[in-house]
Design a protein around this ligand. Structure first.
Ligand code: PMP
Length: 356
């Protein structure tokens, strides 16, 4: 049998492990921050019709620039944005990979603030970009002074901020983003995969886009829209940034079926986004209940909660799994992350937690 080590793999990929949240078949899956609610019937029907309408033309390549979908996404976002400000790809992971291909690469560096989204460093490595691991305060917050000092020290070609941050749930005030923009020598990417779940009073970095051509906000339909299986992420930025990622994107990267399904989903956004308030309720219930039980819990503006288990998190993860509840061990000693889903899933999780 041939082993990976036997192949002429790039030196910087040797010894690495692929991204892999376990995909286990258990009753309660709260480990990848998906939306637990299935797609409603009327949206299933609309997507089905949209796909059907595309089928006869599958002999042709799709719109390479996904113009209609990007216009729909711009209209959803508001803020005076147009199709020229938006770029879409197969998940925000692909968008971020394209940003690293365009603005990172060999001899360049990207800075992020651990703990944050674990794919950022992996995407950096995959594109030959050197990753610099910055740090946060003990309560996971990131102050403007903290970030500015680390950006000035590193001088990165890209800064990755994540708001609300995965896995901590912490949102970043826009003045932190503007402080970083003032000192960063390169691009500043704000990953807002969970923006729709933010509590009132936490404005998006979209509000600071005007006049900041090196700011990029990435979003996804995987979470609030409940469209993770559809694979659609996008960025919002100055039109020049959209020109830049078009230099590295694969031609026809978004299939005609993906574009059609995503457009139907955006058109039915009211039905899809109706779950957001219900999920926020469960998130707040998890935070309040675990705190009542004396656990330390991070504030969350997302659809998940990071909580301290008061011991070895691997043992706690296994104990919850033994009760049919799959949560996420993000590798933070003593902490686990749980996705907020349906009320029944919260019940199952909170009951399983009593066994710890
Ligand atoms: N950013 C963050 C912070 C995430 O947590 C995730 C999903 N786990 C993504 C981006 C990627 O989402 P997708 O590629 O499905 O758009």
């Amino acid at each position: 049998m041939t082993h990976l080590d036997d192949l002429p793999l790039r030196d910087d990929l040797r010894g690495l492990t692929a991204y892999g949240a376990p995909q286990l078949d258990v009753p309660v899956r709260l480990n990848t921050n998906e939306n637990s609610y299935p797609v409603p019937d009327d949206v299933v029907e609309a997507i089905g019709k949209a796909l059907q309408d595309e089928l006869r033309d599958l002999n042709r390549y799709p719109d390479r620039d996904a113009v209609a979908l990007r216009a729909d996404l711009a209209a959803y976002l508001g803020h005076g944005l147009t199709v020229a400000n938006v770029w879409a790809a197969n998940g925000s992971n692909e968008v971020q990979q394209q940003l690293l291909q365009a603005f990172g690469g060999p001899g360049r560096t990207a800075l992020g603030f651990t703990p944050a989204y674990s794919m950022h460093p992996l995407l950096a490595v995959g594109t030959g970009t050197e990753w610099v691991d910055g740090h946060r305060g003990a309560d996971f917050t990131l102050t403007a002074a903290d970030v500015v000092a680390q950006v000035e020290e590193t001088g990165p070609d890209l800064v990755f901020l994540c708001s609300p941050n995965n896995p901590t749930g912490t949102a970043l005030p826009p003045d932190v983003v503007t402080a970083v923009l003032d000192v960063a020598p390169g691009m500043v990417v704000v990953d807002e995969a969970y923006a729709e779940f933010a509590r009132p009073g936490t404005p998006s970095a979209l509000t600071v886009l005007p006049g900041h051509p090196r700011l990029v906000v990435t979003r996804t339909m995987s979470k609030a829209f409940g469209f993770a299986g559809g694979r659609l992420g996008y960025l919002v930025a100055d039109p020049a940034v959209v020109d830049a990622v078009q230099l590295v994107r694969l031609p026809y990267h978004l299939s005609a079926l993906t574009q059609a399904a995503a457009r139907a989903a955006v058109a039915h956004r009211d039905g899809l986004l109706a779950t957001v308030e219900a999920i926020k309720e469960q998130r707040d219930r998890i935070v309040a209940t675990l705190r009542q039980r004396g656990l330390t819990v991070a504030d969350s503006d997302a659809n998940f909660v990071l909580f301290e288990v008061g011991g070895d998190q691997r043992a706690a993860w296994q104990a919850l799994l033994d009760h049919g509840v799959l949560v996420r061990d993000v590798g933070l000693p003593g902490w686990l992350r749980v996705t907020a889903g349906t009320p029944a899933e919260t019940d199952a999780f909170l009951t399983a937690m009593e066994s710890l």
